[in-house]
Design a protein around this ligand. Structure first.
Ligand SMILES: [Zn+2]
Length: 260
């Protein structure tokens, strides 16, 4: 009897250990290396393009690409060298994101909030900063544990998650961390100002976000971002140094010319 009980314990411990081992193995196989993370993002981008409807107005596509290109041109060379793609998808939720490899997703809904070239530059500058500051990479690594666990759970229960759902978990659904959001605000303002866009539009953008979220469901972009008031407060002291960058850009002939 005593022997039997201790064997059961041993069995339980071994089962638990093998569970941990399997999860670790799955994580290792999924995204341990930078290459694996990049591959998962490539897949996500292909799936996004296959499943999301592209916004039909080519003028809007050109307009958004034009602003994105202005911003990309002020990034360090290693970032500029990526094979950039910028696509506006037909989706009313106000959202934008960047995947590794330089793939920019813009939902048409964000254009209602970011309704001037400067405001859109604020959105894109912020998203580009998430990429260049390493947040996009680290978010996928954080997500990989969840993904590995859920794939194992799906396998155990015989439920197969759709490829799209898995891809979404890999790339886009986890929020960035709070500190990463403020970093992206700081760096994003620099990018837009160096590209000749007015940094005051950062504050304008968040005021718009706030106005839009009142009385209704908050926009998707808001739900993963800190409160608008806090962001505006943090941005105001950054305006003076960034307006200097903005003026320098204009003096150097960097005057944005993207029209909606
Ligand atoms: Zn963000």
């Amino acid at each position: 009897m005593r022997f039997g009980r201790s064997r059961r314990w041993l069995f339980a411990i071994l089962t638990a250990l093998s569970g941990v081992l399997i999860v670790n193995l799955a994580q290792a196989q999924l995204f341990t290396t930078k290459k694996e993370v990049e591959r998962s993002h490539r897949t996500q981008w292909l799936l996004t393009k296959r499943h999301m409807p592209v916004y039909p107005d080519e003028r809007v596509q050109r307009y958004v690409r034009c602003i994105a290109n202005d911003l990309i041109s002020v990034l360090d060379e290693e970032w500029q060298a990526l094979n950039w793609e910028v696509i506006v998808f037909d989706d009313e939720s106000p959202n934008a994101s960047v995947l590794l490899g330089g793939k920019i997703t813009v939902h048409s809904g964000i254009l209602r909030v970011a309704d001037t070239p400067d405001a859109l530059a604020a959105v894109l500058g912020h998203e580009l900063a998430h990429l260049t500051e390493g947040h996009v990479m680290s978010r996928t690594r954080r997500a990989s544990g969840t993904t590995a666990a859920s794939i194992l759970a799906s396998a155990a229960t015989g439920i197969h998650r759709s490829v799209v759902e898995q891809g979404a978990m890999i790339g886009m659904q986890l929020p960035f961390q709070r500190g990463q959001e403020s970093d992206a605000d700081v760096v994003g303002l620099q990018y837009m100002s160096r590209a000749g866009y007015d940094p005051r539009a950062g504050v304008y953008l968040w005021q718009n976000m706030k106005d839009m979220s009142q009385g209704g469901r908050p926009p998707e972009w808001l739900s993963t971002h800190p409160r608008e008031d806090e962001r505006m407060d943090a941005m105001i002291p950054l305006l003076v140094p960034n307006l200097k960058l903005y003026n320098e850009a204009h003096e150097a002939g960097r005057i944005p010319n993207c029209s909606p």
